[in-house]
Structures are given as C-alpha cells and as structure tokens.
Ligand binder design. Structure first.
Ligand code: HEC
Ligand code: HEC
Length: 296
C-alpha cells in the first residue's frame, strides 16, 4: 500500500499540472483573441495614419506625425506602452476617459485634433480591446515635441472651453428600425472610422455640422478639398453601387478606373483595406442610406 501513495501523488500532481497548464493556455488564448480584436479595431479606428511619423524608419504608433489645422500644428503622442514617453502607465479608466470624454489622466482637455469627437461613440469593450493591443506592442522610447500653437490656443483651458461649447460626449445608440449591417456601418463611419472628421463640413471654430453629414468639406486640413459622399447624384456618389463603394474602400479604385489620392489613400491603406468585406459592405450600406445633399 505504501508504495502506492507516491504513485497516486504523482498522478494527482500530473493531473493538476495538466489542468493548470490547460487554464493558462486558455487564458493566453483569450488574451490573444482580445489583442487580435484590438489590432483589428486599431485599423478600423485609423489610428496608425495619425500616430506614425512620416519617415521611412518610423515605428508605427510611436507618434510624432504633424496634424496641421487652421489653428496650428499638433504633434501626435507616442501611444506605445513606454512608461516615460508613451502610455505605459495608463489604467483602463485613463484610456476610456481619453476617448469618451476627451480628457487626459490629469483631467485636462484634449484638443479636437484628436478626433475623440467621433471616438466618444465607441463602446468601452472596443476601447479596452484596443488598449490590450497597444499594450502588447514593444514599448518605444520617443519624446514628441510640444504642439506648435498660437499663445491664445496653447493652454488646455482653451481646449476645455471648446469642449464645453461643441463637444457632446455620447455613446452610439443602435437604431432598432434599421438592419444589423446599417448599424454596424453607422458605428464604423460615425465613430471608429471618423469619416466625418474629413467628409463633413465645419462651422465656427471647427465644429462639425452634423446636419450636413458627409456632404464634403472644401476647406479640409492641409488645403485639401474633400468630396461629398452622400448619394447626391450631382456631386455625391449617388451613381455608385454598394459594391463600387466596397471595392473602392478595399482597393482604392473608383468606378471610372481612377485611383484615390490625397489623404484618402492612407485611409484605405491603414484602415478600410484591412477590414473584412462584410464591414466594408456595412460602411457602404450606411453611406448609401444618407440623405443626398449637394455640397455647399
Ligand atoms: C486625426 C489624427 C488622429 C487620429 C486618427 C487618432 N489620433 Fe490619437 N491623438 C491625436 C492628437 C493630435 C493627439 C493629442 C491631442 C492633444 O494633445 O490635445 C492624440 C492623442 C491621443 C492619446 C492621448 C495620449 C497622451 O499621451 O495623452 C491617445 C491614447 C490616442 N491619441 C490614441 C489614439 C487611438 C487608439 C486612435 C485610433 C482609434 C487615435 N488616437 C487616432 C491625433 C489622432
Ligand atoms: C483624412 C481625411 C479623410 C478621412 C478620415 C476619410 N476620407 Fe474619404 N476621402 C478623402 C479625400 C481627400 C478624398 C478624395 C480622394 C481623391 O481626391 O482621390 C476622399 C474620397 C472618398 C471617396 C470617393 C469619393 C469620390 O467621389 O471620389 C469615398 C467613397 C470615401 N472617401 C469614403 C470614406 C469613408 C467611408 C471614410 C471612413 C472610413 C473616409 N472616406 C474617411 C479624405 C478622407
């Protein structure tokens, strides 16, 4: 009998070890799934375009890209998990608050050059998946220069004043009377993909004119003229089929055989071409449903 005890112990221990390693494999793959989902959403959010410097050896998401606006130049922060120069010390709450409320971990306001004005609609779940992905990246030590703004704009109090007048912190509310594809498209276009930040005209102090959603902006950043993408037949895309739109968002080719240029080419490269065909069709379904309006 005595000889059996160690044998049993071995079996039990082995079983336990097997069981434990099974748990940690399961945990690791749950983490991997979350990180993978976050990677997809970082594409859908177009984060790479803005948070990567325009130089051949730039590390994606380590910041330093210059966002030019009529109010001055903003240098995007390093969003790799470096503890000193990136966001490595951020809690989940810090991260969610930045997108939902446009506030930094000290409670100060971000400038709307960071399109939290659109990201505010994102779900907490999606944001935390993005955080998991960003925190899985190799931390990059990279100091970013301060924004180059006129004195009256340089304080975060100016950004706070802007928020109080023009920013509405609100989550996306699905419209039950519409299809699942329409709702998915609305979420991607209005919030994660922030298409309106370029395609919707702006009024006083850069506030988006939501009642003219996606009707184009003749005075886009950097002097670009951004086209109307409502179904208006004169200057919108009313003659495009849903698959024309999907094809364009995948490969950048217009129905007339021309290719997308300007800032849309990086939107396609970093964002829409990386999405599933289903998500691109959802985007097409949503934009095709917008009230056709002529550009002003
Ligand atoms: C149109 C350009 C643009 C896009 C797109 C963009 N950002 Fe930013 N982001 C900025 C700018 C500019 C700031 C700095 C704002 C400020 O200093 O007030 C910023 C700030 C941040 C911050 C705060 C960092 C800090 O150190 O305080 C985080 C986090 C962040 N962005 C993450 C993201 C993620 C994730 C995405 C994609 C979902 C994204 N950004 C998309 C321009 C952009
Ligand atoms: C950074 C600014 C920017 C963002 C963000 C952006 N676009 Fe564009 N978009 C442009 C520009 C500029 C053009 C014109 C490209 C050209 O001249 O070839 C364009 C063109 C287009 C066109 C073709 C219109 C036409 O008549 O030729 C479609 C469709 C389109 N965008 C859809 C989208 C969708 C959907 C999103 C969001 C996922 C989006 N865009 C986000 C800047 C942007």
């Amino acid at each position: 009998m005595r000889a059996r005890a160690p044998f049993l112990t071995t079996i039990v221990t082995a079983g336990l070890l097997f069981y434990l390693s099974d748990i940690s494999v399961a945990a690791a793959s749950a983490d991997e799934t979350l990180v993978e989902r976050g990677r997809y959403l970082v594409h859908a959010g177009g984060c790479i375009t803005c948070h990567t410097e325009e130089s051949a050896d730039a590390v994606p998401l380590a910041g330093g890209y210059a966002v030019k606006s009529p109010f001055g130049t903003f240098y995007t922060p390093n969003i790799t998990p470096d503890k000193e120069t990136g966001i490595g010390n951020w809690s989940d709450e810090d991260f969610v608050r930045a997108f939902h409320q446009g506030l930094n971990p000290d409670g100060e306001a971000y400038f709307p050059a960071f399109p939290y004005t659109s990201y505010t609609g994102a779900t907490r779940e999606d944001l935390l998946a993005m955080k998991a992905y960003l925190f899985s990246l190799v931390p990059v030590r990279k100091e970013i220069p301060p924004h180059d703004l006129p004195v009256y704009m340089s304080s975060r109090l100016a950004a706070r004043a802007w928020q109080l007048s023009y920013f509405d912190a609100a989550r996306f509310e699905p419209d039950e009377s519409r299809s699942a594809a329409w709702n998915r498209g609305a979420y991607l276009v209005r919030h994660l993909g922030h298409c309106g930040e370029c395609h919707t005209p702006r009024g006083t102090l850069g506030a988006l004119l939501h009642d003219r959603e996606l009707t184009g902006n003749p005075d886009g950043a950097d002097g670009e003229s951004i086209p109307n993408i409502t179904a208006d037949r004169k200057d919108g895309i009313g003659r495009w089929s849903l698959s024309d739109i999907e094809y364009f968002l995948d490969l950048g080719m217009l129905p007339d055989g021309d290719f997308a240029g300007g800032s849309m080419s990086s939107v396609i490269e970093d964002n829409t071409s990386k999405l599933t065909r289903e998500d691109r069709m959802a985007i097409a379904t949503y934009i095709a449903s917008l009230v056709p309006l002529e550009s002003e």
